[in-house]
Design a protein around this ligand. Structure first.
Ligand code: ADP
Ligand code: MG
Length: 698
């Protein structure tokens, strides 16, 4: 829809410069097309009329047909209101306005027949309908089919007379002015095959549905449309990669892998780990470049799988690198891997921002010459100065902190594109994974190593602190360590830091016999590192922190995670935090501390945490409770999905269907250049205007 996309909303009759600015700022509506794609969030059935005698306060929005008998102005000051006594012959109900009294009184007259629409509320012995919508009966035809759309509006929009009703009117103006001639975005072939309605029909019926059936087919078409183009975009990238990029072939399983597996591996792999290793081996031997996402809950043993993959690379005379989001994590990976490989002739180097100059001068040439087999590090790995002799495998831990571009910088270091394994502990529901990482193949470790005791999760109110302290003291006496985490919420950081600092002072008072340390985002890196180290080494028994506690930090001796103001965290975040404990064989605990007053939704969230430790179940629940828009991690994903109509928690089937069809089309016409599919190419260009840089895509 090139024209509609370019035509500014300011030209639409009834808009003008001031409203145009507000529409753009508040609702992102800049063009005619933006307005048409600003969909209602609900519909209310106006197909039936109620009588005044039937009215009660349990009703949702209802409509009545009748006349205003008389007006009254009541009250003083803030409670001043205009009341219209309204009757249909079966009784009287009061229509009430607290704002715009003069305007209302001018607009409506007594004796004329109106259709009144609103929500009745009980008031003393009678009922009121505050701020109703009122239409003269003659104009009722405009309310087609009885399903009235409701649009999201903000306070600022409402102040500028852009309420839901006004948006509906703008849609009406635009659509009637267009004469329904909306350009199609899908090929005819596809429309026929999927039996979907045209774009024109879909847009018309999403705003002005003539019937519930027509609304449903409009919704289906637009949801499909939205998901289809996202999938087409992702899969086009993946298809291109598969067609054009040759993968290094790791044909042999050699000495390092076998030696490690048979003699150095300290335990049996879990079945899930074995399966994932097989999947990785198949990829790396296939001649295609591997792009795999490895999902596994915290503690499921991803590091070991990563190590085995790296050994495969080494056996095929390639180097491997592993990139972590923070220094603490890189250090930990380095220590873990050095311990695993102790005794084997494999050279491993650590490269981070704190690597000393002298050490750098030793490592860098050795990496360039291929004398070092495995490099573990942070962002420092992608600096210009680091060149590999033959990088065959790049592993990225905790994906969400790395952008796609940073990933790409790794491959530029090499003549050939290395295999890529992205590891994440963030459980992502399938539908979201398909949308965010749809270009990656996915492996899942869905099993924890044996012998772990499930973490016990308890919910406690913050007026029972003394018992909590007793419990912590008992655990510390057993030689265990304790995390205490405070929320850090954007916009209230100042108060949050104050909470943490007060908590820290309090804990020092309550536990004078122990060492308490503290970490937060306002500390210098050095300071943070030092405090963290106190806890890792066991010198401190209690670590108090904001949510900065490093993702993935491993202190197996820590057995208790206390989460203060737990009601302020999202489910996925609570789950991530809980994953910091339960890494040893001892019984671990997660204690969610909240205030007593909780909304139903929050109570439900905390209950879910108490009931299950399964990350995927929690992620699904999170998606259901909060909607994908709020899912943690999606903003950082760098792929910015902003769905207007599809709902990942409910539309999984449509998503799968859209994905299958997108793949099928790409199999036939990977470049979308044929007569039939060129239309898709055009639409992709309009939707994802940032140009695809093939050179950057791995
Ligand atoms: P993740 O990175 O997935 O959170 P790790 O790789 O850090 O998990 O593993 C957590 C702990 O479990 C480590 O101490 C690791 O040595 C141990 N581990 C991994 N795999 C197994 C296994 N198959 N059996 C027993 N312990 C294992
Ligand atoms: Mg890990």
């Amino acid at each position: 829809m090139p024209d509609l996309n370019k035509r500014s909303i300011v030209y639409l009759p009834g808009v003008g410069p001031k409203k145009a600015e507000i529409l753009q700022k508040e609702a992102g509506i800049a063009s005619y097309e933006d307005l048409l794609f600003y969909f209602p969030y609900k519909y209310i059935d106006r197909s039936r009329f109620y009588t005044v005698a039937e009215v009660n306060s349990n009703m949702p929005h209802i409509q009545l047909k009748g006349r205003i008998l008389s007006f009254d102005t009541l009250g003083e000051g803030r409670s001043k209101r205009l009341v219209a006594h309204f009757s249909d012959g079966t009784g009287v109900v009061d229509l009430v306005w607290f704002k715009g009294l003069a305007f209302v009184k001018d607009k409506y007259t007594t004796g004329r027949e109106y259709i009144v629409f609103g929500k009745p509320v009980e008031f003393g012995y009678s009922y009121n309908i505050p701020h109703p919508d009122i239409d003269p009966v003659e104009q009722a035809g405009q309310v087609a089919g009885g399903l009235t759309p409701f649009y999201n509006t903000t306070e600022r929009m409402k102040k500028s007379f852009l309420n839901s009703r006004a948006i509906q009117n703008l849609q009406y103006t635009l659509l009637s002015g267009l004469g329904w001639e909306l350009p199609e975005t899908l090929p005819q072939e596809l429309l026929k095959r999927t039996k979907m309605v045209s774009m024109s029909d879909a847009i018309r019926h999403i705003h002005f549905p003539e019937s519930v059936e027509k609304l449903k087919s409009a919704q289906l078409r637009l949801k499909f449309e939205e998901l289809f183009f996202i999938q087409l975009n992702i899969l086009r990238t993946a298809t291109y990669r598969k067609l054009k990029l040759k993968g290094l072939v790791f044909a042999s399983v050699g000495q390092s892998f076998n030696t490690f597996y048979s003699r150095y591996l300290p335990f049996e792999l879990t079945e899930a780990q074995k399966r994932v290793v097989r999947e990785i081996r198949a990829d790396m031997g296939s001649g295609r470049q591997m792009n795999r996402l490895l999902q596994g809950d915290v503690g499921s043993g991803k590091t070991l799988v990563a190590l085995l993959a790296m050994l495969l690379a080494i056996d095929n005379r390639y180097q491997a690198c592993m990139m972590a989001p923070t220094e603490i994590l890189a250090n930990q990976h380095y220590a873990t891997i050095m311990a695993f490989l102790n005794g084997m002739d494999i050279r491993v180097a650590l490269l981070t921002g704190s690597t000393k100059k002298k050490e750098r001068e030793r490592i860098l040439p050795a990496i360039a010459k291929g004398e070092i087999h495995i490099v573990i590090g942070t962002h420092a790995l992608i600096e210009e100065t680091v060149t590999f002799s033959s990088l065959g495998l790049a592993i990225i831990d905790e994906q969400h902190r790395f952008g796609v571009e940073q990933r790409a910088r790794l491959w530029k270091k090499n003549a050939q594109v290395p295999h890529v394994l992205v590891m994440t502990a963030t459980p992502i529901p399938r539908t979201l994974a398909m949308t965010l990482y749809g270009d990656l193949d996915v492996s899942v470790i869905d099993e924890l190593p044996p012998g772990r005791k499930p973490i016990q999760t308890l919910h406690r109110y913050d007026n029972k602190k003394a018992q909590l302290y007793d419990f912590l003291r008992k655990e510390i006496r057993l030689g265990h360590q304790v995390y205490v985490v405070y929320p850090l919420i954007e916009g209230s950081e100042k108060l949050d830091y104050k909470d943490l600092e007060e908590g820290f002072a309090l804990f020092q008072e309550v536990f004078p016999e122990y060492t308490v340390c503290m970490v937060h985002g306002r500390m210098k890196a050095k300071e943070k590192e030092a405090e963290m180290q106190k806890f890792v080494s066991g010198e401190a028994q209690i670590l108090m922190a904001t949510t900065v506690i490093e993702v993935g930090v491993n202190v197996p001796n820590a057995s208790v995670m206390v989460i203060e103001s737990a009601e302020r965290f999202g489910l996925s975040q609570l789950h991530q935090l809980r994953g910091r404990v339960g890494r040893g064989t001892e019984q671990s605990y997660c204690i969610l501390v909240s205030s007593y007053k909780l909304s139903n939704e929050t109570r439900r969230r905390l209950e879910i945490m108490v009931q299950t430790t399964n990350g995927f179940e929690i992620a699904e629940a999170d998606l259901r409770l909060r909607g994908h828009g709020d899912m943690e991690g999606t903003q950082q994903s760098g792929m910015g999905i902003d769905l207007k109509i599809a709902d990942l928690s409910a539309d999984g089937q449509i998503l799968q269907y859209a994905r299958d069809i997108a793949q099928e089309i790409l199999n036939k016409d990977p470049e979308l250049s044929s007569e039939t599919y060129r239309i898709l190419n055009e639409r992709l260009k309009a939707l994802f205007s940032q140009k695809i840089n093939w050179g950057l895509i791995s």
